[in-house]
Design a binder for this molecule. Structure first.
Ligand code: NAI
Length: 333
């Protein structure tokens, strides 16, 4: 079947890794027409506006997008385009499977968990203001609707993928109302899935458990902020940001991207690791039902990591981005 996919190459190392991922996906046997769009509006480059409506319209039309990282200024400037895209397209679930990749060095061996992060509200609502100089208020928005929706997503995911345990992560001992609402909403959802065990974990304890015995977790469901922090922690359990994929899913569209940022320190050097973006592309292929092409890429990536000759410097090799991509394409033949 033919597909049209929106490609947002992104910034920094984005264009380099997007080109590499696209070459590999094109060589996997799947028929994709790429619609390349830029997500940053010209006006913003001059210090004003936001993301381009064209990017949102393209993803809405094609339903699938592969996206490279985009920069966000810290503690100043316009809001994040990454967050803007997720909000505009109502991509309410951020899904990050965290699993050991064969032959990628990591401290643990049996990690196979999935982080389901609520993507639209919580402290990421961007509602901040100065009350009086020296005092700032930042609003944490939690709704029953979004909490129930993400809880249902997590349990449906668990059911579809044969997972037996979902852990809901919160700090409702302190934030009794907001995290309490999140927790209670997920508890309610859980009653419709009697075959799946619900575990309730406070976020600080979760962090300790994860770095001691990560194999005890299968599916984690978290509000936005804890989800953001915990998913990077989880990435660190299996080899770091360069190898972990993610998908932002909604009812109408899905956008797949690497977890890492624009890596300004190595941009333009041709040595960025495209694995995370490529594996995000594999997640996309699975979603589209292109399972054969997805497995072909998976096993080629594992082979390249096993041989180690063509891996990039961040994972201990010497190869360039393009050499890695060429080796994966070779391994698929
Ligand atoms: P970063 O992920 O860009 O870089 C952290 C470190 O990891 C750097 O040393 C970098 O060289 C390395 N690294 C990251 N990806 C790599 C890859 N594929 N291959 C090899 N090495 C890699 O995080 P940082 O520096 O905090 O953020 C830079 C910019 O990226 C910021 O403007 C931030 O807002 C943005 N960002 C965008 C994201 C997105 O578009 N989804 C996600 C995270 C950050």
């Amino acid at each position: 079947m033919k597909h049209t996919v929106t490609l947002i190459a992104g910034e920094g190392i984005g264009p380099e890794i997007a080109a590499a991922a696209r070459r590999v996906i094109d060589a996997s046997g799947v028929e994709i027409t790429w619609e390349e769009v830029s997500a940053r509006a010209e006006v913003e480059r001059r210090g004003g506006g936001m993301m381009r409506d064209e990017a949102v319209a393209s993803v809405r039309k094609n339903r699938y997008a592969l996206k490279g990282p985009m920069a966000t200024p810290i503690a100043e400037g316009p809001p994040s385009i990454n967050v803007g895209l997720r909000k505009a397209l109502d991509l309410y679930a951020n899904l990050r499977p965290v699993k050991n990749i064969p032959f990628v060095p990591s401290r643990f061996e049996n990690v196979d968990l999935v982080v389901v992060r609520e993507n639209t509200e919580d402290l990421y609502s961007g509602l901040e203001h100065v009350i009086v100089p020296g005092v700032v208020e930042s609003l944490k928005i939690i709704t029953e609707k979004a909490s129930t929706r993400i809880g249902k997503f997590a349990f449906d995911y668990a059911r579809q993928h044969g997972r037996k345990k979902v852990a809901v992560v919160h700090k409702a001992n302190i934030m009794k109302l907001s995290d309490g609402l999140f927790l209670n909403s997920v508890r309610k959802v859980a009653t419709a899935y009697p075959e799946i065990e619900l575990r309730e974990v406070i976020v600080d304890n979760l962090c300790m458990q994860l770095v001691m015995r990560p194999e005890q977790f299968e599916v984690l469901v978290l509000p936005n902020l804890y989800g953001d922090v915990v998913s990077d922690l989880a990435a660190g359990l299996v080899g770091g940001l360069g190898v972990v994929p993610s998908g932002n899913l909604g009812d109408e569209a899905a956008l797949f991207e690497a977890v890492h940022g624009t890596a300004p320190d190595i941009a333009g050097k041709g040595i960025a690791n495209p694995t995370a973006l490529l594996l995000s592309g594999v997640m996309m292929l699975d979603h589209m039902g292109e399972v054969a092409a997805a497995r072909r890429i998976d096993s080629a990536v594992f082979r390249v990591y096993r041989e180690r000759k063509w891996v990039t410097p961040d994972v201990g090799g010497k190869a360039t981005t393009n050499e890695f991509a060429a080796a994966v394409i070779d391994a698929m033949k």
